[in-house]
Design a protein around this ligand. Structure first.
Ligand code: 13P
Ligand code: SF4
Length: 308
């Protein structure tokens, strides 16, 4: 079966839109109506007039799309496509933590469950985190969750003293500092760019730190330079597609990682076959029951409003 042809036929027949994150396999990115970072994907999900949203990403992303567009059917090619960062913040424990600090504003990174969003005052993504934190009055204390690495980066950039939840992304913590130094010694003319989910020692080596979209734009603006890219390796697909002559190397990961570079095995659970199957069967679909959905919507809407 010609999967590309069949997906295109079904997409048209069912008035479906395919949204894909930059960490998806190249073939999935190529067939998507929109490829973007977490913020861009949420904005697309909120604005689309499609009847079905096929979310080629991970569970929290599809769930955010459903929270924003409850009347649409949202399907995820593989329901097991989770996220280590979202998993590192269980709702019960987080609720207790927030109750211990009732005077704090709760800002959560979008990589968390609907339950955590419902416990938050405002959500952020990596592309607007600094703006969102800076929007909180200086004398208001902040809890930031779940990503401690992004949290530390925000503290450094904004000078705000935030209480951090102890969560992290296994992919961005898999970069090997020793291998990175070795690689950079071999290629001293390459600049390092990094995603803020990476650990501080990796970020300290970077010329540019930003969201996936931010990193792509940075490379676009510096096409004559060469880069070592410290984020999930799927991003290189888009970079090479748009900047075919720019030399890029994915940052190396520790030995026991599934690939020599950092790959997110959750993101890679989605395949073209599963994308076709979920579009055909309109399943597995994402459901977020009320009143959880409405409670989780508020902090996302605040973020979207501040990101205009
Ligand atoms: P952004 O694409 O928003 O930078 O997020 C990266 C990520 O880890 C998504 O899981
Ligand atoms: Fe989660 Fe990290 Fe994978 Fe992003 S790259 S989905 S944060 S595990």
């Amino acid at each position: 079966m010609d999967l590309v042809k069949e997906i295109n036929r079904l997409r048209k027949e069912k008035n479906a839109i395919i949204l894909a994150h930059y960490y998806q396999d190249g073939a999935i990115q190529d067939i998507a109506d929109y490829v973007g970072d977490s913020l861009g994907l949420s904005q697309q999900a909120a604005e689309t007039d499609a009847d079905i949203i096929v979310f080629a990403g991970v569970h929290f992303m599809a769930e955010t799309a459903k929270i924003l567009s409850p009347s649409k059917k949202v399907v995820l090619p593989d329901l097991n496509a989770g996220c280590s960062l979202a998993d590192s913040c269980p709702p019960e424990a987080f609720k207790k933590f927030t109750e211990q600090h009732p005077d704090h504003i709760v800002i959560t990174y979008v990589n968390c469950s609907a339950e955590i969003k419902a416990l938050s005052d405002i959500v952020c993504t990596s592309s607007n985190a600094l703006k969102i934190v800076n929007s909180v009055p200086k004398d208001t204390p902040i809890i930031f969750a779940p990503d401690k690495n992004l949290g530390r980066y925000i503290i450094k950039e904004t000078g705000r003293d935030m209480l951090l939840w102890d969560g992290s992304c296994i992919v961005h913590e898999a970069f090997s500092m020793d291998k990175l130094i070795e690689l950079h010694k071999k290629h001293p003319d390459y600049k390092i760019i990094a995603h803020p989910e990476s650990e501080t020692h990796i970020l300290d080596t970077a010329t540019y730190i930003g969201s996936t979209s931010g990193m792509i734009n940075y490379v676009k603006e510096h096409q004559d330079e060469k880069f070592i890219v410290a984020t999930e390796a799927g991003i290189l697909h888009k970079m090479q597609l748009e900047m075919p002559n720019t030399e890029l190397i994915p940052a190396p990961a520790v030995e026991d990682n599934t690939c020599a570079c950092s790959e997110c095995h959750f993101m890679k659970m989605n395949t073209m076959q599963k994308l076709y199957d979920c579009l055909l069967n309109e399943s597995p679909s994402i459901d977020v029951p009320e009143p959880l959905r409405s409670r989780a919507l508020l902090p996302i809407e605040r973020m979207l409003e501040l990101s205009k």
